[in-house]
Write a protein that binds this ligand. Structure first.
Ligand SMILES: [Zn+2]
Length: 364
């Protein structure tokens, strides 16, 4: 990147090295937000830190919001370190927790605290600890902020130097919140929680900077319940303003696809950016996914290429074990991949880095 965005420009940068996703958003006026976190190979630091610092941004003061879209391993690596660094950022998390996340964040962390242990069970517990410590320390901060659909997470009015900005959540819905609460009730009763997938709680965001808007789909899927998932987003009233940049939901999977995302939430010929997900035999997006997306988008970008299948073949027993331990498995991102799309009164700028690429529609 040769230049930084101007004060009146919306910029969306998506990192997706093959396993992991991180979005860095310019909110105009030199203010930034980060959604989720992933790390480079051999590093423990969030890609957002290195990227912003290479652009001359002071992470401690210029990052105003850190949004954790959901607590899936591919979206939270390096997150606690980022939260520790970005002292002025309010951390925003889905108001709907899965039971396992709730246990990690509040129960195990409390038990560890009672035992005087400094280390925490996981990224989620560490993030909550950092935020809690700040509330009593010299730099008091609010948060974590609970996110529900239609809640505004950041707003700045227009002034002489800067455009207006509005960062609004489109999910999780009230319906998702009540399902999550019911799950916690089952846990309290000592019953097994009903199946509630990690992606169900995902936070979809709508960012508007001046006249330009982006839709950031996290890993939200469509499902069948019209009060939840993308059906819940599409039912929002009032509807949101159509966006020109789309971070495609759930790594381009068909389960995150709905025709009305394109017709109702996006302008015609929007720029769409996909991050791959590769773990064991699971590989997204598939070839058909890319065909479908390139037909729907104005321009389609993939943050890193699909790995050839033969490199990922393991003996079946190993594969089975990998699937069983998938939540804890250490998948190593192997390629850098970044796509940046910038929009403002001066036009549109697009840039790819590393092995990121544009996917062209099939001829004819
Ligand atoms: Zn994901």
């Amino acid at each position: 990147m040769t230049t930084s965005p101007a004060s009146d420009e919306l910029e969306v940068t998506v990192f997706g090295p093959g396993y992991g996703e991180c979005l860095v958003l310019h909110l105009g006026g030199g203010e930034w937000a980060v959604v989720d976190s992933c790390v480079e190979p051999g590093s423990r630091d969030s890609v957002a830190i290195g990227y912003l610092e290479s652009r001359g941004v002071d992470v401690r003061t210029a990052v105003k919001r850190i949004i954790v879209s959901h607590w899936h391993d591919d979206h939270v690596r390096g997150l606690a370190g980022l939260v520790a660094r970005a002292q002025d950022a309010v951390v925003c998390v889905s108001a709907a927790f899965r039971s396992s996340e709730f246990m990690d964040a509040f129960v195990r962390a409390d038990e560890a605290g009672a035992r005087g242990e400094a280390t925490r069970v996981n990224e989620l517990g560490r993030v909550f600890d950092i935020v809690a410590e700040r509330q009593t320390g010299p730099r008091k901060s609010r948060g974590p902020s609970a996110v529900l659909a239609q809640r505004c997470l950041y707003r700045r009015p227009q002034d002489e130097a800067r455009p207006a900005v509005e960062l609004t959540a489109l999910s999780p819905s009230d319906g998702t919140f009540s399902v999550a609460a019911r799950e916690l009730g089952r846990i309290v009763q000592g019953r097994r929680p009903a199946s509630f997938a990690p992606n169900d709680t995902a936070v979809v965001l709508h960012l508007k900077v001046g006249a330009y808007a982006a839709l950031l789909g996290s890993d939200l899927e469509v499902g069948t319940d019209e009060r939840r998932g993308w059906l819940g987003v599409l039912a929002l009233d009032p509807p949101v303003e159509a966006a020109a940049i789309y971070k495609v939901a759930h790594h381009g999977s068909s389960t995150g696809e709905h025709a009305r995302i394109w017709s109702d939430l996006l302008v015609p010929a929007a720029d769409a950016i996909v991050t791959p997900f590769e773990l064991g035999r699971v590989r997204l997006p598939t070839g058909p996914d890319l065909e479908r997306l390139s037909a729907a988008a104005g321009r389609l970008w993939l943050t890193s290429p699909a790995r050839p299948a033969r490199l990922r073949r393991f003996p079946s027993a190993v594969e089975r074990t990998m699937r069983e331990v998938a939540r804890e498995a250490v998948a190593i991102p192997t390629r850098r991949g970044r796509v940046t799309v910038r929009m403002g009164p001066h036009g549109v700028m697009r840039e790819v880095d590393g092995e990121a690429m544009e996917i062209l529609p099939k001829a004819g």
